[in-house]
Design a protein around this ligand. Sequence first.
Ligand SMILES: NC(=O)c1ccc[n+]([C@@H]2O[C@H](COP(=O)([O-])OP(=O)(O)OC[C@H]3O[C@@H](n4cnc5c(N)ncnc54)[C@H](OP(=O)(O)O)[C@@H]3O)[C@@H](O)[C@H]2O)c1
Length: 327
Amino acid sequence: MRAIQAMRAGGPDVLRSVDLPDPTPGPGELLVKTAAAGINFVDTYRRGGMYPMPFPHIPGSEGAGVVVALGDGVTDWAAGATIAWSDCPASYAELVRVPAARALRIPDGVGLDVAAALPLQGLTAHYLATSTYPVRAGDTILVHAGAGGVGLLLTQLAVARGARVITTVSTAEKERLSRDAGAAEVIRYDLLGNLTADLPPLVRDIAGGGLPVVYDGVGRSTFDASLACLRPRGLMVLFGASSGPVPPFDIQRLNAGGSLYLTRPTLGDYTVTTEELRGRAEELFAAVVAGTLTVRIGSRFPLAEARAAHEALEGRATTGKTILEVG
Ligand SMILES: NC(=O)c1ccc[n+]([C@@H]2O[C@H](COP(=O)([O-])OP(=O)(O)OC[C@H]3O[C@@H](n4cnc5c(N)ncnc54)[C@H](OP(=O)(O)O)[C@@H]3O)[C@@H](O)[C@H]2O)c1
C-alpha cells in the first residue's frame, strides 16, 4: 500500500510517501480501504517530537473508508460497510486497521469526505461544550482560533446551546467564516498591539464582565490573556498548543485570578467507552444530517502531499478541516 511516514522527529519535510506491505487485521479489528484521512494538529506534535513516538511512523489517527476484511471475532461489521474513526494510529495510508469497537457508523447522506473530517475535531468540540464545561443558554464564552477546525464546530455547538460566542481569528477571511458559524463578536487578535494586555479588557467590555469559560487551543500566545478574561471561579480550558506549549505555571495565579479552575482535557478521556464514543458521534452525525451542524472542509490534499498539508496547518493557512484524499 501507499502510505506516508514521518522518518524522524522534525518539520513537515520529514514526511515521505512510501510503499509498505499491506497490513492484516488482528483479532477484533477491521481492515479499511481509506477514502480520506483527517489532518489534525496532534499529528504535527507527534511528527515534531513534542509527543513521544517511534520513528519512522505513519501519522494520522482519523479517517473514513470501506471495510475490506474482518479480523477474528468480528461479528457486528461486514465487508463493504462504510465507517469512520478518530483514534486509530497510522491513518495516512491506503489501508488502516480499525478496532471494531471504535468504528463509527456513517449515516446515509453523509459523504466519506465529511465522515473523515468530522470525528476528531467534532468529538472534541462536543465534549468541550457538553462535558468539560456544559455550555448554558445565556453564557458568554470565548473560543480562540474561531475559524479553525475545532473553532468552527465548537462555535456552532455552543450557539446551538444558547451561548453568545466571542472568537479570535487572524484574518478578515477567518473573521467572515467565524461569523457565519454563529460568532456574535469576532476579535482580530493579530491586530492587537499586545495580546496579553489588550485582549482581556476588550473581551470584558463586550461581555460586560468576566467569562465563565475560555476555550483555548492556541496555548502559549493566548494563555495569559485567556486567564485574565475569566470571572471569579471561571474555568480555563486549555485544550491545545497550536502556538506552542504553555510554560510551567504558578498555581497561585488561580488564587489571584479569583479562585479560577484550570483543566487540560484530552479526547481519549471523554470517549473512554464505546458507548460514550458512539453516543457523541451519533449526535454529531445527526446534526450534520439535520443541517444544524456544518463541516467546512477548507483544504484537500492528495495523500502524497501530506507535507504540504502540514505546512499549511502549521502556517495558519487553513480554515475548518484539512483532509488527505486517499482512495
Ligand atoms: N485536547 C483535545 O482533545 C484536542 C483535540 C483536537 C484538537 N485539539 C487542539 O485544538 C487546537 C485546534 O486544533 P485544530 O486541528 O482544529 O486546528 P486549527 O484550529 O484548525 O488550526 C490551528 C489554528 O490555531 C491558530 N494559531 C494561533 N497561533 C498559531 C501559531 N503560532 N501557529 C499555528 N496556528 C496558530 C490559527 O488560527 P488563527 O490564524 O485564526 O490564529 C490556526 O489556524 C490545537 O491546539 C489542537 O492540538 C485538542
